[in-house]
Design a protein around this ligand. Sequence first.
Ligand SMILES: NC(=O)C1=CN([C@@H]2O[C@H](COP(=O)(O)OP(=O)(O)OC[C@H]3O[C@@H](n4cnc5c(N)ncnc54)[C@H](OP(=O)(O)O)[C@@H]3O)[C@@H](O)[C@H]2O)C=CC1
Ligand SMILES: O=CC(=O)O
Length: 324
Amino acid sequence: MAIPKVFITRRLPEKCIKPLQQVAEVKMWSEEYKPVPREVLLQEVQTSHGLLTMLSDRVDETLLAQAPQLKCVANLAVGYDNIDLEACRLHHVIPCNTPDVLTETTADLVFALLMASGRRLIEANDYLKQGKWQEWGPFLMAGADIHHKTIGIVGMGRIGTAVARRAQGFAMNVIYHNRRRNVEAESELGARFCGFESLLETADFVVNLIPYTETTKGLFNQNAFTKMKKTALFINAGRGATVDEDALYQALLEGEIAGAGLDVFSQEPIPKEHPLLTLEQVVALPHIGSASVETRKQMISLCCKNLMRTLAGEKPITPIETSR
Ligand SMILES: NC(=O)C1=CN([C@@H]2O[C@H](COP(=O)(O)OP(=O)(O)OC[C@H]3O[C@@H](n4cnc5c(N)ncnc54)[C@H](OP(=O)(O)O)[C@@H]3O)[C@@H](O)[C@H]2O)C=CC1
Ligand SMILES: O=CC(=O)O
């Protein structure tokens, strides 16, 4: 093959993609914070052998049908709900993601979000900076304890397990729900397997870390929030669409649950006017789970390696593997 062509759908630091540039002709979308327009992507794939995509890029049948030379899609994320895996299989395109390299960084953020929500950190910070702090009071910005409470992790995979390890350090009781039992988490962390409803009824902090699939779509619905304790906090770092956000808003408004920490939303970026953003008991972040400089560099490097290997006819390091 002549020198292969790779298209990167967002501007990335030149330094990070240097190895890839040595083996491929690399073209990059010029913007760092604006996604490549769909029509530009559809144009670029026509001559590309490799794509480095963001989680906001849709890789579907329409795109793949226009990409006769495409061999690999390297997604800069561990989640891959933006990629049609069956269409990739039919078009002989190898999809890759970035597991493991982001696990600990994401777990840090999940735990930070849990603590910020439980102890009302953002609210307290705003209160002070807005000049509202006039007097100290015994219940001023009093929140919920974290230590010795029960954390219920829905999606005890790589990140869920790393969150459970952090929870151990806070002497939390760890329960979890998966489709299959995670025997290692049980023996190493003392985590206890639970049915979904039983977890909702028991946990003080319900942490969602499941991928978005047809099965998990809207899993956290009105029924789920009704089952949770009125004092419970809901932390979502999985995917927004696993939650019925109208039901979440109602549950918060009516006091069915006490608060929420959200890193992901059905629509991203979430519109400023969204009802969830009007609630002071909601801590909201712009999908920054894996956003440390070190980890983002490692994710880019892994994407480049996956592309380089695939274009050289070798097996990539992290092809997407699924048992769903
Ligand atoms: N906010 C952010 O920035 C980030 C978000 N993420 C999100 O976190 C997700 C998890 O990542 P990671 O831990 O690496 O992935 P893993 O595949 O290691 O873990 C996913 C877990 O979810 C469980 N699961 C899957 N489907 C279901 C289901 N229908 N019901 C119950 N449990 C289910 C799986 O267990 P089993 O198969 O036994 O059911 C598995 O334990 C990603 O898919 C992504 O959506 C990831 C990184 C950063
Ligand atoms: O949401 C981020 C990911 O890596 O998945």
